[in-house]
Design a binder for this molecule. Sequence first.
Ligand SMILES: *[C@@H]1O[C@H](CO)[C@@H](O)[C@H](O)[C@H]1NC(C)=O
Ligand SMILES: *[C@@H]1O[C@H](CO)[C@@H](O)[C@H](O)[C@H]1NC(C)=O
Length: 304
Amino acid sequence: MKPITWIPLALLACLPALISASTPEQQPLLTNNLFESFVPSRIVAVGDFHGDFRNTVRVLNMAGIVDKTGELWIAEPGTFLVQTGDVVDRGPDTIALYAMMRNLTVQAEIAGGRVVRVLGNHEVMNMAADWRYVTKEDIASFGTAEKRRAEFGPEGLIGSDLRDLDIVTVVNGSVFVHGGVHPTWAEKGIDAINREARSAMAADNWRSNVFGGDGVLWYRGYAQDPEKQVCKLLRKALKSLGARRMVMGHTPQLDGHILSRCKGKAIVIDVGISSYYGGNCAALEIKDDVARALYCDGTRKLLS
Ligand SMILES: *[C@@H]1O[C@H](CO)[C@@H](O)[C@H](O)[C@H]1NC(C)=O
Ligand SMILES: *[C@@H]1O[C@H](CO)[C@@H](O)[C@H](O)[C@H]1NC(C)=O
């Protein structure tokens, strides 16, 4: 009997060491299938960080995800943190923000939670070496422009991590995407969209339609067009995707409020967290399938 009990115990004992020793890039991909078998008890979703570490930590701490330093995951088991892209550009804290997200991904899994990230158009721009929104301070933080380019390349710590991300995902019936999924994309299905993005990234094909102006990274219709027009489109897209709501970043809400449209079926969570956009502080919480906006002044607002 003894060996049978002792061997598994020994294995269990070294499991935490094995997990923390593996770098984030080696973590297995979290597929939609995995999410289906792991139902979250609470989802917190945050929009564009745009290079501002201090204000990002403030939001994540307010929502009960990290401690005040941003170093430690403090959320309850079963918590999913979803980030909808545009961590980079407009501010200088690229290195610290991506390091935090990679680190939290590891910590969350050990703590029985998950970090789910999708790409934004600014992640793609940086991989494509389009630096229109990169600040001087940001480049300096990498040492040289050449070093920054290498970091975002397929061999770089940041670049290899980003090339492992999806551009659209579904967690417990909510679609999370940077811009928005128009019905013409929704018809193809989540997996096909992500496959197209991955093969474009692998081929260094940044002009692919999947990254284009009508693609899911840039589309602003659900955030901006008249509801009379877009709620019908949204319903169609959600039906194709088998989801109940769509949560998006990308279109900054300069008043700092999370925007709910189409009776809560479209939620825009880019509240301008970065000081570039005013340093606003809000996160989306979904619990018992009810969506609420959480604010740093303590306000909580039901979204419907
Ligand atoms: C994450 O950050 C914590 C706190 O700074 C540190 O102890 C830990 O080693 C880091 N983990 C990884 C995987 O980088
Ligand atoms: C996940 O969805 C189910 C319904 O399918 C719901 O009962 C549950 O409360 C949802 N979880 C969260 C965190 O909202």
